[in-house]
Ligand binder design. Structure first.
Ligand code: SF4
Ligand code: SF4
Length: 406
């Protein structure tokens, strides 16, 4: 196992040293140095908490996503600031052992959500084994929330080809119920990014087996999502929002490259949390500044300036940002996975998750790929309420994502 020291390339101290040569003002508060940046000051802002549906778990309104930190101290800092919800990836990420060791020191104060990769054929025994593997990897006796991973996507390397059937697999439900009795799992959730994700979420609520939904929700979401969240709340099912800043598509918009300001991110956070039907949100906070900035949003009300900022961004990215509404998919004679492919392209070009994007594209069935788009008359485009140039984008995506190696 790597030493913690070796991983502390960007420590709080180094960060502060860097700030001294920038615009920051350094204040020594004892345990931590507080940096007063021009735009980012949040030391006095208290974390707020909401209850995650029938699980009864008290979770911070802002949670940590993906555990990708630039410096291990960022994690300690985020936890000290009151963030207690941690979303962990389904596969190993570099530096994970060190991060889990840090979490272990305050395990009872942290809510860990972990992804469970079950299929429609998983047996009870296989599911129990998956849970044990997670506990071992996370160095913990229990995970707070086991979330059935990515319903709606074909994931060949795990033999996943079915969607709603995964949720209907009673072996999985039985295994979760047993794990709950044994104190190994406290709650069951679902994550879905597939084009029919609303169907899966609705099923999860109606089934009564699920305690929470993890779903994309941001200021560009389509209205149906609000109804879904209301229904979840009425059924005492928690809702955790992901992808809250709307895809980082600004990189494509000329003259709008600087929209990812701290103010923009706070406005996006405030928009999500202004909906009382949402329990909390998960966002990447790789740096101390990001932690401070996100927490600062809790002290501000979503207001006129935020709305203008978000509306300006939304109208700029309108022909580029797929809302996953699936309105267009019926118009495609081949059954191309139009929203999924745009999502994978976004992972590749905007988030730099190149390998993941290529793997996900490779996992699509042949007819779901954009093989035919370049020669197609594109009947799908008339159906898109956002005037997305589907043919052009998918043709580009096919070229980029069809590479053999990254
Ligand atoms: S352009 Fe592509 S997605 Fe659109 S209808 Fe043609 S094949 Fe389907
Ligand atoms: S391309 Fe347009 S119609 Fe199709 S899913 Fe995306 S936003 Fe909806």
């Amino acid at each position: 196992m790597k030493s913690l020291k070796n991983n502390n390339k960007l420590t709080r101290r180094n960060f502060i040293k860097k700030s001294l040569f920038g615009t920051g003002v350094l204040i020594n508060t004892g345990k931590y140095f507080q940096v007063k940046e021009k735009n980012i000051v949040s030391k006095d802002v208290e974390m707020k908490y909401r209850i995650l549906g029938k699980s009864g778990l008290k979770v911070s309104e802002i949670g940590l996503g993906r555990l990708e930190m630039q410096g291990e101290n960022v994690l300690d800092y985020a936890l000290d600031r009151g963030i207690n919800y941690i979303d962990t990836p389904h596969e190993y990420i570099q530096g994970e052992e060190d991060r889990m060791l840090r979490i272990k020191k305050r395990r009872d104060k942290v809510v860990i959500a972990s992804l469970l990769v079950t299929s429609h054929t998983s047996t009870k025994q296989e599911t129990m084994k998956l849970i044990e593997n997670i506990l071992k990897r996370m160095q913990t006796d229990y995970v707070d929330i086991a979330i059935i991973y990515n319903v709606g996507s074909v994931i060949r390397k795990y033999g996943i080809t079915q969607h709603i059937e995964r949720l209907k697999n009673e072996n999985v439900i039985e295994a979760i119920n047993q794990a709950k009795k044994e104190g190994k799992v406290r709650a069951l959730g679902i994550s879905s990014h597939g084009r029919d994700f609303m169907d899966y979420m609705n099923y999860a609520i109606d089934s009564g087996h699920f305690d929470m939904l993890m779903l994309k929700y941001n200021f560009m979401s389509f209205p149906d999502e609000k109804e879904l969240l209301r229904k979840a709340k009425q059924n005492n099912v928690g809702s955790v929002a992901i992808k809250v800043v709307g895809g980082a598509n600004d990189q494509k918009i000329k003259g709008y490259e600087k929209s990812r300001t701290p103010e923009f991110r706070r406005a996006a956070i405030k928009w999500v949390l202004s909906n009382p039907d949402i329990t909390n949100l998960v966002i990447r906070m790789p740096t101390f500044e990001e932690v401070d900035n996100c927490i600062r949003a809790l002290d501000e009300k979503y207001g006129y300036n935020d709305r203008i900022l978000l509306e300006k961004y939304a109208s700029s990215v309108k022909p580029y940002y797929c809302r996953w509404c699936s309105t267009c998919t019926q118009a495609c004679p081949y059954g191309v996975s139009i929203p999924d492919i745009q999502r994978y392209l976004m992972y590749f070009t905007n988030f730099e998750y190149k390998k993941e994007a290529v793997e996900k594209y490779a996992d699509l069935l042949p007819e779901q790929k954009a093989n035919y788009c370049s020669d197609c008359s594109a009947p799908c485009e008339n159906k898109c309420p956002n005037n997305i140039h589907i043919k052009e984008i998918l043709t580009e995506a096919h070229e980029i994502l069809s590479v053999k190696t990254v």
